[in-house]
Write a protein that binds this ligand. Sequence first.
Ligand SMILES: *Cc1c(COP(=O)(O)O)cnc(C)c1O
Length: 495
Amino acid sequence: MATEPAECGKLEQHLQVLGRSLDRFLTFQHPDAMHEPARWRSALERRLPDTGIGIDAVMEEMTHYVIPNGSAFPNPGSTAFITTGATTISALATLAGAVASPQRLSLNAFNFLEAQSLNWLAQLFRLPADMQGLYTSGGSVANLVALGAARQRAFEDVGVDPARQGVEHRTRVFASEESHHSILRACAVLGLGRDALVPIPCDAQGRMRTELLAQTLEACEDLPVAIVGNLGTTNAGAIDPIIELARIARENRVWLHLDGAYGLPGMLDPDVRPLFDGLEWADSVVVDPHKWLGAPVGIGAVFVRDRALLQRAFTQEAAAYYEGSLSDDAEHSMNHMGIPYSDMGIELSAPSRGAVVWALLREIGVAGLAARIQRHNAMARWLAEQVQADPHLELLRTPRLSICCFRYVDERIEQTDELNRQLHHRLLHNNRNLPSTTLIDGKLALRPCFIGARTGWPQVQALLEEVRETGAALARQWTSPSARDRPERTRRSRS
Ligand SMILES: *Cc1c(COP(=O)(O)O)cnc(C)c1O
């Protein structure tokens, strides 16, 4: 059968069209996708196509209706959640991998970079020399794999292979109440049960109270599987006291897992590096290159001291079609397994993630990345200082990394949460500065998280200005003697 004509020699031509469209998108001069969704939905909402329209027409629809109505997250002014746009080189490397390396299996340059870039990450974050990595689809799966290793170790210590025999013991995983929900889900997926998670209360800075951890462990009658520490909580960027966690883990012979999906790169900032002391005691560490490193979404990484443990926990067992096709004396790339990553996690087929991490580190080096991270941390600290100096703003947490939780206040207005909820709605409506919100000690906070490679000082200044102006305008309306001017919800809640 002939190759379909659309598949031959068309990349260069179409990449130019795609590049132009994406560059234009990144100027963010378009309205938000949900401003007038009918404009693009009517063009895209179609029946399953019986016949194709050809690559040119698809590209036409892609550049007219799809790309201009993409996500707001890559906007430099978007500081919501912990999500950002990919850098250009990492987007290009992703495309290159999609075309030139559809599997980790076999030996080729892409798969070579899978191993090398994992080693680079371990060095970059000063992980112990014996730590070995595995890419995953993100932090959630990285946490799952790490806790899978912890489960394997805990059960093997009592003479059980949990991967083969299942888990019969009642187990415990100890994590601060600020830990990411993926820890809870990992407990469920690994058969420990969500009830196995023991949430440990935090101090006023959102750090685990280690004296409570020690007490809880002492009283524990079940099989302890892991202590989970945060290297930057999702909520506010808090870093748990690692040295203390490591001491307790060692004394109780429990696995120490550190979740640095967001915050591990923070250690490249000399001002906060001391908070990462003790990292070398961890049994497993997670980081998400698709967060602060600016990789396209779909790249997490987990590091453990002993990948053999991962293989015992996650092997997919031999398959005739697989091992039988390979002999390991590589004269051809397809005659060699390469590192058996597919036996160490939960994915067999997986995209080439190493080439992306290689490309983004090669482009700007450690110095470039460290400069970005220092800039983002400094932006959060600067914002906190401005907030503290302004009687109309209240700082809810001292930033440790690049998240700053604060809110607008007005002494004449009691419903501060509602005021800030409305303020946040207006920010989204104005579509320039886009933080998310969270609750800090039950108070609604505006929560910018600065991680975007395109996000810099102009964005933090613009955010501060817009919060001040919008807050003042809302407060004026709110306290206006004419009820007509007051926002809808205020009238209701005051009556
Ligand atoms: C984002 C995040 C996760 C989950 O990572 P995904 O890549 O979204 O799956 C886990 N832990 C922490 C601390 C996070 O910030």
